[in-house]
Ligand binder design. Structure first.
Ligand SMILES: Nc1ncnc2c1ncn2[C@@H]1O[C@H](COP(=O)(O)OP(=O)(O)O)[C@@H](O)[C@H]1O
Ligand SMILES: [Mg+2]
Length: 358
């Protein structure tokens, strides 16, 4: 091992912070190769002599996919941290999409011209490398924005490193008007190297030396006592009150909060039609969320389950501590195959109870 990323990985193994995992090596090597190319590119830009004789080194984008808990995000984060270039950005896919929607909205209030070209120009001026965690597409509006924006970004020479639970061919599978999304899949396949992280170990499951007391079931008379006790301990018996968060110019009222702690019911968060922007606002506002009354998620609760998945993604991304009361144990929480992506949520909920996460 020799590059910055590979050295960092080795160092963490030596310190006993992570396990040496042969299944991660291919991805590690590819990421290292890209890191070296990015460095060569930076050097090329600085040295006039190089520019005279050679064309710029290519920095091919990478798309890393695989099952949950295999270390995709960890490797990408290590890559990002150790990558010594200035114009770089790492962002969760939900947050990125939200920014795009906001940009388009604001742009069209002031201009008639194409918002995507303006956004692509803005991105390329501030970033040479974009690391996008958890790429997945579930609705047509996102799908259309992605097709248009990424076509431009790749043409402008942005290098993108993406993690996803899906092979490119599986993206937006079964989605409305999927044929309009297919050009993006073609673009991905022509312009990025795809890496399958094939390990058969879900590290999250193995971290389950969990503090099981953070997930209480069933929803009997002790459940609310459990939630109250955690709440009182965390707030030192300070009273909870309703709080209003501003989300994209709207008011989001939550019934019980105290400083960085909130106690919110499943009903309040996932039965009402809230969306990613609301969940991100909550995740960035609180250090601990006590989420009460999670029902067993069956096919009748598909929309609620979808929101729950987005909520957990946001809380996880912001490393929010989560305490729950639920109708059933965690491994029985989702009762149907109709809810895609629940494997990730299950894996995350497990990790969120582990000693390491806490
Ligand atoms: N080689 C490893 N040794 C120990 N823990 C690891 C290793 N790879 C990943 N992990 C841990 O496993 C958990 C899941 O990894 P993550 O990168 O989030 O998975 P994915 O993005 O593939 O779902 C994280 O807490 C991560 O730090
Ligand atoms: Mg991940």
């Amino acid at each position: 091992m020799s590059g910055l990323l590979e050295n960092k990985y080795q160092e963490l193994v030596t310190l006993g912070r992570i396990d040496y995992d042969p299944a991660q090596l291919v991805a590690l090597q590819q990421l290292q190769k890209l890191q070296d190319q990015l460095l060569a590119h930076a050097e090329y830009k600085q040295k006039l002599t190089l520019r005279k004789w050679r064309s710029p080194p290519t920095c091919r984008s990478l798309y890393i996919f695989g099952e949950v808990g295999r270390g995709k995000s960890m490797l990408m984060d290590l890559f990002y941290e150790t990558c010594p270039i200035e114009k770089k950005r790492r962002v969760h896919f939900h947050a990125f999409m939200l920014e795009i929607h906001n940009f388009v909205h604001q742009w069209h209030q002031q201009h008639d011209s194409d918002a995507m070209s303006a956004l692509a120009q803005h991105i390329i001026q501030t970033q040479q490398l974009l690391c996008l965690d958890e790429f997945h597409v579930t609705d047509i509006a996102d799908a259309m924005l992605i097709v248009r924006l990424f076509g431009k970004l790749i043409n402008l020479g942005l290098t993108v490193v993406t993690t996803s639970n899906y092979h490119p061919n599986e993206l937006y599978r079964g989605g409305l008007q999927r044929e309009l999304f297919l050009p993006f899949i073609k673009l991905l396949q022509e312009n990025t190297d795809t890496i399958y992280l094939s390990g058969n170990k879900d590290y999250r499951c193995s971290q389950q030396s969990a503090v099981n007391t953070r997930f209480y079931f069933p929803l009997n008379e002790h459940a609310s006592e459990f939630a109250q006790q955690h709440c009182q301990q965390l707030t030192n018996y300070a009273p909870m009150h309703a709080i209003t968060l501003q989300v994209l110019g709207r008011d989001l009222v939550l019934s019980a909060a105290c400083e960085k702690i909130s106690m919110i019911s499943f009903e309040e968060l996932c039965v009402q039609a809230l969306g990613p922007s609301d969940y991100l606002a909550i995740a960035s506002q609180f250090k601990t969320v006590i989420l009460t009354g999670i029902p067993r998620l069956n096919s009748e609760l598909r929309n609620e389950a979808k929101r729950f998945i987005t909520l957990i993604d946001a809380l996880y991304e912001y490393k929010v501590q989560l305490i729950c009361t639920a109708a059933v144990p965690l491994d029985q929480l989702c009762d149907t195959d109709d809810v895609i992506d629940f494997a990730r949520t299950h894996s995350r909920l497990l990790e969120m109870q582990s000693a390491r996460y806490v």
